[in-house]
Write a protein that binds this ligand. Sequence first.
Ligand code: CAA
Length: 381
Amino acid sequence: MKFDLSDDQAAIRDAVRDFAQGVVAPQAAAIDHENRFPGDLVRQAAELDLLGIVIPSEYSGAGLDHICFALLIEELAAVSGTLAVIVDVHTSVGSEPILHFGSEEQKHRYLPRLARGEILGAFALSEPDYGSDAAHLVASARSVPGGYRLSGTKTFITNVGEAGLYIVMARLDGEPGAGGISAFLVESDMAGVRCGEPMHKMGLRGSSTGELVLDNVEVPEQNLLGHRGEGFKIAMRALDSGRIGISAQAVGLARGALDLATSYSAERRQFGQAISRFEGIQFMVADLATAIDASRLMTWEAAAACDAGRPFTQLAAMAKLMSTDTAMRVTTDAVQILGGYGYIKEFPAERYMRDAKATQIYEGTNQIQRVVIARELLKRG
Ligand code: CAA
């Protein structure tokens, strides 16, 4: 077993860290305060070839592995949870399903544009009444001459309104159950595609989230992704990779918050000494650093299994569960270490905490991760 990063992996981490610390960090607070989608930063990330990191070079991507993907997302999240989730959703659930399930024609039609950042990708599974219970979704697709007609409302769509392409799961011709769901490639400018008002979120305030309304959208035959009835499996496979990204995002948020808390504690003096000299602080940061390291290793283990073509559903769910609970704990304790200064917006501690909360919820709540883990374990047992 090897714990060192390869040259490629170290190079991507260093390049993203330079971009994150030098360019993104100075804007992160304003993006949050102003609820501003950071389109300029997304464009700069595209110029650095960061939007097609796992897409092979034949489709204009960087052709790197999922450890590089995790490093990319961790570095972005350490300074901006918002930019991290935009890039994460675009890369994993918004692009990867085309790589795994698309026809060669679909790959050539969409992957280069996604990899170059000419369009952003998004993933439309959840509905107002079907979130965790995704297999019962009701958005409909009807077979019509030359293709399909899609209707329904999708919700909690990251990158809504900014994406050029949505991977939409819908029930085809009224077929029941998970096997009745198919996946469709829906372009944002197809007639009948409408985005709802942006949701006002607790955290990740620069990322756009909201409803995608499909009003009799005519989707051509060639935009069925995978086979008829394969949509639920496509979605679950997409979420397996997606959870590696969310886990990395959580590790980044936790690391950013701990860095802030440790540097603050070295400077803040009370009772005649830096508060970092008190055991109460020392034990706290020691526990937090340990939990972050464990979370990162679990993230990389899931990423390595994914790259090796081994089953990684359980590993990704365990990593996501561990890392996101860690992020919530670390960011909450970081606020505590900063005391009153942690509770005000002049310091980023409270932003890390608000951003971290989403990671326990999206791409499968942590209760759903436990369901996934237990099922995988018991299936083998
Ligand atoms: N990979 C491939 N196939 C899978 C799979 C996986 N990881 N997990 C399940 N399947 C297959 C099963 O094998 C089964 O196939 P067969 O019928 O052929 O046996 C089929 O899918 C149905 O599976 P289940 O019976 O396990 O389905 P279920 O209804 O019990 O649900 C669940 C399972 C794990 C709860 C699932 O519904 C789930 O993950 N729910 C959470 C959904 C979620 O994460 N939503 C987040 C949406 S995205 C978001 O957050 C916003 C954003 O913008 C990113």
